[in-house]
Design a protein around this ligand. Sequence first.
Ligand SMILES: [Ca+2]
Length: 196
Amino acid sequence: MKQVIVILALVALATGALAGDPIKQTDPVDYTFDTPSRIQLTGALSEDSPIWHRWRPNDYQAVSVDCMLPMEYEYSVDPAYDFYCFEVSDTEPVEFVVDDAEFDTVVYIYCDPFDPALPTENAVIFDDDDGDGLQSAIQLSDNVTLQPGNEYWFVICSYWEGQYGTYSVMTSDNVALCGGVANEASDWSSIKGLFD
Ligand SMILES: [Ca+2]
């Protein structure tokens, strides 16, 4: 297993180098699912996607279930992003694991309201590479315990601006999209109008 992980890390580094990107430190830890997954969020980032100016906390392990994650580091890029409104059915930790993506993903959870023009406000957690290779994962061990009855926002974007492609994200079984939207293989482009 360690050999596989090392190979994945080397491939990821080589891919970045070939693409002309600065070498980015990756977390080589693979994700695990400890609870049955339910929702699969699938979509794509393209030149037509909205862009935002993203930030992150200095502490990569920081979590604020009280919506006050300190967003201290300002990136110099404006990547494309998608966002999903969701609710939780219990106070168990949530999972959002990128299981497939054509780009280097970064994910966030925000409390409601999420305003992409105010990216430092209302954040709960940020993750870059805790999944497979350059893919992101919010895992049970992050202990993101949210409140039933409140609305939250899951944001997925690319690390670099100008990175596009398809993605798939699996969630834990206590996550549902706002408004009772069908939760199997939901396509963002077909459902976003329901809560814009
Ligand atoms: Ca990443």
